[in-house]
Design a protein around this ligand. Structure first.
Ligand code: CP
Length: 312
């Protein structure tokens, strides 16, 4: 039995606050493992995990693979470019053939919203969403939340600003659901063309002016501007985006004293964030990456339903 209320992690919109806090608390134990000389525990010995990536990834794929290896799971990496997907094999046939080789868990990234849910309907494995279309990227939001929680020790009373492409960002969506569930105050800021219709339904403060959004904020999570979407003319130019929404050293003066700068990566330095800010003393961008491994170890462990050595 999974220790979470679901045997899959598809998104944070449906994940109760108790599950989120259990994942964050469990991440603490695995974060400590990462500081040991031998960064490996036998927790998932005998468990086979498929990393099924239909989209490119650096951080998420490597982080999951390392998390699985550090838990002693057997890991299979699948990438579309070297598979029979190139010969036209469907997602259903692909996963059912791999599952026939006996696997227990699937970590999936896919360009289509709902692909992780689709997998729950055609296989028995535990499914973990590693990013689906513009829908959700739950483990990214959980690692962002863990990083905030480690620094401040709380969520209530913190003001978190999510800046960028609110319309297309799965990271923003997962952050909204997760942060609201644990009681943080969430503000959204971006150009009108990058805010979805009925943005108010998220139940967050919405700003079109970055200086107003940053005023008195504790945490700024800066999203990548998806330059590939620029063909759609969502904003006039990169320079204009930087002038109106870029996180610069001058703008940091608006934040609370003990502020934190975050970015899920990959960054467009000089566009949505300057290098001075990204590499500054209050940036936790690389801590996010380290913490991500511990959070993914926690998610894999909790969903697998396996007991830790020494548990009753
Ligand atoms: N943050 C994130 O999802 O990065 P990757 O696309 O490199 O996995």
């Amino acid at each position: 039995m999974s220790r979470l209320s679901s045997r899959h992690l598809l998104g944070l919109e449906e994940t109760p606050q108790e599950d989120i806090m259990l994942i964050l608390e469990t991440s603490n134990s695995f974060r400590e493992v990462l500081e040991r000389q031998v960064k490996k525990v036998p927790t998932l010995r005998g468990v086979t995990v498929l990393n099924l990536f239909y989209e490119n990834s650096t951080r998420t794929r490597i982080s999951f693979e390392l998390a699985e290896k550090r838990l002693s799971a057997d890991t299979i990496n699948f990438s579309t470019s070297t598979s029979s997907v190139k010969k036209g094999e469907s997602l259903r046939d692909t996963v059912q053939n791999i599952e026939a080789m006996k696997l227990d868990m699937v970590v999936v990234r896919h360009g289509s919203t709902g692909a992780p849910y689709f997998l729950t309907q055609c296989m028995d494995a535990n499914i973990i969403n590693a990013g689906d279309g513009a829908h959700e990227h739950p483990t990214q939001a959980l690692l962002d939340m863990y990083t905030i929680w480690k620094k401040y020790g709380k969520f209530a009373g913190l003001r978190v600003v999510l800046v960028g492409d609110v319309k297309h960002s799965r990271v923003i969506r997962s952050n909204i659901w997760g942060l609201k569930a644990v009681g943080a105050s969430v503000a959204l800021c971006g150009p009108s063309t990058l805010l979805p219709v009925e943005v108010e339904k998220f139940g967050c403060d919405v700003y079109h002016n970055i200086d107003e959004a940053l005023d008195g904020a504790d945490v700024v999570n800066v999203m990548r501007i998806q330059l590939e979407r620029q063909e759609g003319g969502m904003f006039p130019s990169q320079r204009e985006y930087t002038n109106l929404f870029g996180i610069t050293k001058e703008r940091l003066k608006l934040l609370n004293k003990n502020y934190t700068i975050m970015h899920p990566g990959p960054m467009n330095r000089g566009v949505e964030i300057t290098s001075e800010v990204a590499d500054g003393k209050n940036s936790v961008i690389l801590d996010q990456v380290t913490n991500g491994q511990a959070v993914r170890m926690a998610v894999l462990y909790l969903l697998s339903g396996k007991k830790e050595e020494g548990d009753a």
